[in-house]
Design a protein around this ligand. Sequence first.
Ligand code: CAA
Length: 388
Amino acid sequence: MSVGIDEISFYTSNYFLDLRTLAEVQGTDPEKYYQGIGQIKMGMAAPDEDVVTMAANAALPLIERVGGDAISTLMFATETGIDQSKAAGVYVHRLLGLTSNCRVVEMKQACYSATAAIQMACALVARQPEKKVLVIASDIARYELDTPGEATQGCGAVAMLISANPRIVEIAPEVGNYTEDVMDFWRPNYRSTALVDGKYSTKIYLRSLKQAWENFRQVSAASFEDFGHFCYHLPFSKMAQKAHQQLARINKAGLSAEQLEEQILDSLYYNKIIGNSYTASMYIGLTSLLENCRQNLAGSKIGFFSYGSGCVAEFFSGTVMEGYQQYLHTERHSKMLEARSEVSYDEYLALYKHPDPRDGERCDIPHVTTGRYRLVSIVDHKREYIAL
Ligand code: CAA
């Protein structure tokens, strides 16, 4: 049976910092960011936005089209957890008006967990083909100020409907996995920003790619040449370029540098101007490929490399379906990105440092977001969300 992504939509905040502004304040050459890491802008969440509001915004267009009744399970992937116990998806379930018979669960393994959610969703649908599973990945990437990671912040959420006979991408059952207990990037419960051993993390990423690919080759007949395009986890877009060059080297691919670049270029556009969105980033990359590639991708095979620090990695594949273009949300996404406002460095700092109360005292949050959902207050340690 064919199972995969039936519809896909993403959301990012209305605010961004141009990395030139950051570079000027730091006295760094902006080309280090524009060319060196391949990033132009980074999205900054408004004070009344978090992973819940971003997730609901990302999923709303899907619910408006297919209705909530068909959704049997909502899987919420994030590494920006807002609660140690309650799944963030339960708030989203209410905001989207899903049925009370829909199960909700939150999943975590750094940037990888949306892929685990998709594989599990495919298994659920294979068992009950009349059901649809809503997978949402939502994250706010935060590093300490004045660290090498600062320029790789960002925020975003992506919502994907997993169903039988999907209209966008069919996902193949063969996967290659790699897991290793390493400390390349992590965030202990008591910290709001990630700790990272930056250079080491890029080495582990590339090592995991090699290992996951080799494992994939043991179970799949597909070879490097069978893939027209590739989507990589995107902490910053240059990482995908390094990864793709490595994969081509491993496979002794006889492609020119330009041909290799063409296989990933369209997947990078959105991430370059949104920044890292952890669990969501590879799937925003997929959206970018589908919506920006001029060529008709129907029938084309896509290779996916999902990486979550710590680390768990997976290589898998998908085939683009005939007529996929008519189910995309291209216009909505481009309007959302065009409507964003640039912030100054001081405004960026204010967004970065907005109050994050932990003592249970009443905190009313000003209305800043331009999205359809917002976090209104935190009272008695309870977060209150509304639809606008
Ligand atoms: N013009 C053009 N290029 C320039 C330049 C200039 N003026 N100045 C520097 N560069 C280039 C450098 O040559 C380098 O390119 P190469 O890697 O191809 O050599 C690039 O810009 C970056 O420069 P540095 O290596 O000096 O950068 P850095 O050490 O300050 O920071 C980083 C790089 C360590 C990756 C940092 O961005 C970081 O810590 N990021 C967060 C961690 C991360 O994203 N890791 C990725 C793997 S882990 C993962 O994927 C999970 C996740 O989501 C976090």
